[in-house]
Design a protein around this ligand. Sequence first.
Ligand code: ADP
Ligand code: MG
Length: 588
Amino acid sequence: MTAEAIILRPTGAALIARALQQLGVKVIFGLVGIPVVQIAEEAIALGIRFIAFRNEQAASYAATAYGYLTGRPGVCLVVGGPGVLHAMPGIGNSSINAFPMLLLAGSCETHLVTKGAFQELDSISLLTPHTKIAVRPSLDSISQLLTHAYRSSWYGRAGTGFVDLPADVIQGKAEEAASETRIVPVAPRAGSDPEKLAKVAKLLMSAQAPLVVVGKGAAYAQAETAIRQLIDQTDIPFLPTPMGKGVLPDSHPSNTSSARSTALKGADVVLILGARINWILHFGDEPKWSSNVKLIQVDISAEEIGKNNGDAEHGIVGDINVVVPQLTALLQGWKYDTASLYIQALQVSKLKNEANAAKTAKIEKSPMGYHQVFDIIKNTLHRLSPPEDGNVVYVSEGANTMDISRSVFPVEHPRLRMDAGTHATMGVGLGYAIAAHAAYNYPNPEARTGPSTSSKKVVCLEGDSAFGFSMAEVETMARYNMDILVFVVNNGGIYHGDSKDSDEWLKLQENTKQGQNGGLRSTSLGWEVGYEKMAEMCGGKGFLVRTPEELATATEEGFKATVPVVVNIIIESGSAKKLEFAWQKSGA
Ligand code: ADP
Ligand code: MG
């Protein structure tokens, strides 16, 4: 071999970047160091966008969200050892929410393993139980194993594919200039047997009180067209889960969200499309559900069927996009009688709950409460961008902030609302927002929803506690010119917070300094912390607001801004449920 040929031999890093490009990867989320920085640079040279975060945790969350929004694995690149440890939250998030992620991490040189090498960690052993596949390629098998990990994370129920990349593989020179990577097509879709489908269709037609539950699996499967047809044809009422919201428009007349308890309790046959019967659906148990409810669970994962309430008889293993059109065809000519007692009960409950919500939204206080805050933000945003356009993506986290805002902000199109998810994970918000911005706005957006092809505004509704988990990522937003609008609903603490007024807070803090019992509570956060400065310090815009007028102005300016914006809303600290403990009651 001539000297020139040796120089032209590609490095492992170049082969990795090339394999990613051939797999169709457009964006990598990550945080580099030696030697994975070479992979990132090779990828950038190939036109792949690299979004560099301030902490691997947020980067890994972003990759999972990108997987959810685009329906293809999101890619995350981190260094070995501590980088892998910091990215583990993303692995948990991917697996618990069934979002596909390809995680690539560096590791020490193969010949230094067990010697105490730089950032040495046996990540294969660590991650094998938590990933769908964990592999370590050699220079010869980079393309093959990367493809395998990508496909494994994606096919079947989604999760994480992990690739451990030793420094000698990244930096080594490969023998062959190009090992072609095979394209991985969308997974083949599974259907069900006709006999089972006919039985289930009959059961639905015989129901007194049928209900369709739409989960985030249906949103991930992009099954909106099929489900819309089923509902429009049959008039069966439906209930979305928190992230199933938008698969069918919230404004659809068959939506029972505002009569949730009545819908669950009264249903006798429930068709469940892409939702596990876990805590979010009260395990399918009494008293939230009727004791003799029949569940028709449609899921791509056979292990899921009948898991909690034992009703596997009517379960269907299959892809929603195949099974639902089959069912719709079998139900042709039949419509649910919307004069039924069930529908009447739902109507009564809807009217009552909606009237209560409208009343609560009108309550004015100073400082403002949650409902008033969300009412102002909603009205301002709707004026600037009506929900039917689908141009706003909501990301929401924080105990009260997420729970209350969920019912306030309607979504009319799928995958426009992300929240803490199955693990109720606080800290996902800013990573999710960056992922949503990248998925919906980058020149050739990989995620699509709604009628409009113009760019979408990402709006984060964050509690002050939730914001704190990854607030450094505001700088990431600024660096990449992401015009994300972040609201921090600031009550000075977790749940209720501690500080009814600043005097009390100062007194408690003084007690803490002096080592006295009765110092700051575990739920306390800083009093009126200037979170808006997070945006100001890196070229964004910050607003500190206390009044309805200030909030409306900040929302409008924030919506129109072309830089990241943090609106710090000081709200009444006692407006959420106060946690009481025995030692406080006894005055200890
Ligand atoms: P939610 O949080 O909305 O209740 P879950 O995350 O609990 O939803 O459940 C989503 C379910 O959807 C998972 O069990 C997953 O296996 C399933 N799923 C994902 N994609 C599909 C698909 N294409 N067809 C059928 N089921 C799917
Ligand atoms: Mg708070």
